[in-house]
Design a protein around this ligand. Structure first.
Ligand code: KIV
Length: 274
């Protein structure tokens, strides 16, 4: 008799309980094969709207649609069994009103099977976060540098250098905590500010370009694997250089096809055996 052993997924409660404990390991994942590889190593798989740039070649995240997030979210949930899967709410699908945010995040949760949604914003999103949490939608917040507000912020630049900016980020952190977010991504924020707010709030902070004092770290998987060549942000560490490996493999394939070296007989189907 075979017994199916199902590993319990990490829940949003488990994540919340990790405040001050072993750092949380978070990576983005957009597709089933990559999710399958990352799942055993990660506490959270984030289906980030960075997929607009990483997968679809867009300039910013602003053109990402709910349908894209649902399709990729579904693939990542299907291919993972351990990590807590969080799906980003794209620009324009939650900012209008708490009701709009609930309608769209309920769709994301129902159609992907993910555990939670992530949305960008601090004090201005606190009422929406409260509305969602009260109605059964766990929310991860995202403060500091907010890529969906890139035009309003005048570009991608580290936040919190001025005292006035630092105070805004810390107020944002307090507001989203009070509203019931179970964790918060702190992006592109100067180290002392990210460190201070990590000490200050009761929920896990997950840093990207923030501080080692955060309760966890997140990176974009294509950056970690060295799949991009054009630009590596300061806060990224490339743990592999897969771009050249892929180029070499594809060049070898192309050369063998042209020379009729591939396919060989062992790659071909023989006639039916009599
Ligand atoms: O969209 C994304 O991938 C993100 C992470 C970089 C935090 O929000």
């Amino acid at each position: 008799m075979s017994v199916e052993v199902r590993t319990k997924r990490v829940s949003t409660r488990d994540i919340r309980a990790r405040k001050g404990g072993e750092p949380l390991v978070v990576l983005t994942a957009y597709t089933a094969p990559i999710a399958r590889l990352l799942d055993p190593h990660c506490d959270i798989l984030l289906v980030g709207d960075s997929l607009g740039m990483v997968v679809y070649g867009m300039e910013t995240t602003l053109g990402v649609t709910l349908e894209m997030m649902i399709n990729h979210g579904r693939a990542v949930v299907r291919a993972s069994s351990k990590a807590c899967v969080v799906v980003d709410m794209p620009f324009g699908t939650y900012q209008e009103s708490p009701e709009q945010a609930f309608r769209n995040s309920a769709r994301v949760m129902a159609e992907t099977g993910c555990a939670a949604v992530k949305l960008e914003g601090g004090r201005e999103m606190a009422d929406t976060i409260r509305f969602l949490v009260d109605r059964g939608v766990p929310v991860m917040a995202h403060i500091g540098l907010k890529p969906q507000a890139v035009h309003a912020a005048g570009g991608f630049r580290a936040q919190g250098r001025l005292d006035s900016e630092a105070e805004i980020i810390r107020a944002d952190a307090r507001a989203i905590t009070a509203a019931g977010a179970f964790a918060v991504v702190v992006e592109g924020t100067v180290e002392p500010v990210a460190h201070a707010l990590s000490d200050e709030i009761a929920i896990p902070t997950i840093g990207i370009g923030a501080s080692p004092a955060c309760d966890g770290q997140v990176l974009v998987i294509d950056d970690v694997l060295g799949l991009f060549d054009d630009f590596t942000p300061k806060f990224v560490k490339r743990y592999a250089e897969l771009g050249p490996v892929i180029s070499r493999a594809v060049a070898d394939y192309a050369a063998e096809v042209k020379a009729r070296v591939f396919p060989r007989p062992e790659h071909c189907f023989g006639p039916a055996k009599k």
